[in-house]
Design a protein around this ligand. Sequence first.
Ligand SMILES: Cc1cc2nc3c(=O)[nH]c(=O)nc-3n(C[C@H](O)[C@H](O)[C@H](O)COP(=O)(O)O)c2cc1C
Ligand code: SF4
Length: 427
Amino acid sequence: MTKVLTTRFDLKGEACDIDVYIKTGGYAALEKAFREMTPEAVIEEVKKSALRGRGGAGFPTGMKWSFVPKESKRPKYVVCNADESEPGTGKDRDLMRWDPHMLIEGMLITAYALNARDSYIYIRGEYWYIKEILERAIAQAYERGYLGKNVLGSGREFNLYVHPGAGAYICGEETALLESLEGKRGHPRLKPPFPAVVGLYGGPTVVNNVETLAAVPWIISNGGDAYRALGTEKSGGTKLFTVSGHIVRPGNYEVPMGYPMSKLIYEDCGGIRNGKKLKAVIPGGSSVPIITAEEVEKCGLDYESVAAVGSMLGSGGVIVMDETVDIFETTRNLTHFYHHESCGWCTPCREGTRWLQKVFERMHRYEGRPGDVELLHELADKILGKSFCPLGDAAAMPVQSAIDKFREDFDRRIKHDLVQIKMHAAD
Ligand SMILES: Cc1cc2nc3c(=O)[nH]c(=O)nc-3n(C[C@H](O)[C@H](O)[C@H](O)COP(=O)(O)O)c2cc1C
Ligand code: SF4
């Protein structure tokens, strides 16, 4: 299998050293882009590759880049989203800690394509140890002339800064991230205008996920067509999946887009732990609808195939649950998370997640009332599509899909309650 992102993972950190990175083919794509390609040609190559944003939404990367206006009075920026707060996702962490120069190279090629001088990596605060790895790698890149003034004799200047977040999930949303980077409270901004037109400090800004940017050097070295051919027609290349939960070998796995989900779970990850049966999978980080074991069997790991079973590829955090799991409790736990992380800016999400949590808590205490399951579904409906940013949808979709697919785990709470009522009546 062709590896794009994980070729240096086996070196277990040695590639953090710029000499090892260069010896293993590093910075060759940057040299190629600078010496042989125009910025427009770089964007065209990325368009051809069918690379789609790996942060969750899957937006075509080349298209996003082409939205950046060529002429701008304000400076342009490249921002790497390294917030990685989506529950069940840990791929960007490994990309940055095992191969930081690949991300730096990807960002430099992006900055060249967009004519941006300054770039930022906005990194999850808990990744303080990775911030140090990145800063060491950036210092080396300055020393070797890949960053700074007159990079590779091009007469152009490129700078790269790392900025840590402070533990808010919402700061992974690209516009809240930009607010936070500007030193303000991390509230999402109204879109449009999209960041590609009005972003950081009002300048055109491309915000891309770590994994998206890390794929760019391979695309430039090998060509967009070669990258696309690794995956499916609409979802090019390979992708990293973080597999967690009741699995024999949890971890990060790079597979081609379209790879069967069941093969990843049963072969690569060694199957379900302790000989148990699979009950459910959340395929793309906690914000996406849950799917059943039967749906897993017919699901490929690409944007279209996961959508066909009613879910989303999201960030690629595959959360595996065996037959012992009570899906009511899983969903209650997730609802607690979204309620806690709601930034409070808009009413449907702020009030809706609070209300959802309230109903979940009484059902958890076996004090659920008849009609509470329907109430949960309806409350989620009042949030879905009606909130200011996608966090509201992320809170609502798991609740509705869990009820639709695992209703018995919810009904149990109510039935129990009826038994209690009858017992009290008998007293
Ligand atoms: C609540 C919320 C949290 C998000 N968290 C992240 C994150 O941690 N990392 C990330 O790359 N994208 C995250 N996103 C997606 C970003 O808003 C944005 O789509 C992404 O950074 C764009 O990069 P891409 O096109 O390379 O995917 C989040 C979105 C929402 C709504
Ligand atoms: S949906 Fe939630 S997180 Fe997004 S703006 Fe509204 S309150 Fe904030």
